[in-house]
Design a protein around this ligand. Sequence first.
Ligand code: ZN
Length: 192
Amino acid sequence: MNEEHSHLDGERGAWLRCYRCWSQRLEAQVHYDAILRVDPETGEAAERVEEVQEAVVQCLDCMHDQPHLTVEEGRVVAIGDRWERMVAGKPFVASCTVTVDQDMVESCSGPEAADSLTYASFGDAGTREFFTHVRFHKHDDEEIVVHFLVELYARSSQEASEVLEGSARGPLEITSLAEESRPPAHASDEAH
Ligand SMILES: [Zn+2]
């Protein structure tokens, strides 16, 4: 093929891989939600009024979701500059608290509690990108202080704290932040 084509392929190789084990064996789970207009004569439901697509790319080797990738028009594409941080980055583990308004937490007890507290504290990043462990939470008047262990990928500790800061939906306090070694390539990891 021509030079431009091979150049693009080279670039794609940089991000079209698992951010944890760098495997290129990926699978996309795509869910379509479509509204189709019904033809009154034939009953045929073919005319597309609206279509919503949701895609999750997963690694076949370590089974982790790939929040730096999505599917657009039948092709996997990288999301903004998130892929650079995640693919070139290392795991960091932060011990931190986020203080949120209690109205932001749907439920703070029962099986949904961890997800609710995580979403209230870190939004989509908390449920899709970070590996979070809620250690405990405390009610303080109208507010809830959530104590977390968070694992996230970044190229430096400064970038890790910026990402946490940028995702936190309330005042964030980081008590410790340490770099972990990258999980071994192609190791089957325990599910988070
Ligand atoms: Zn993987």
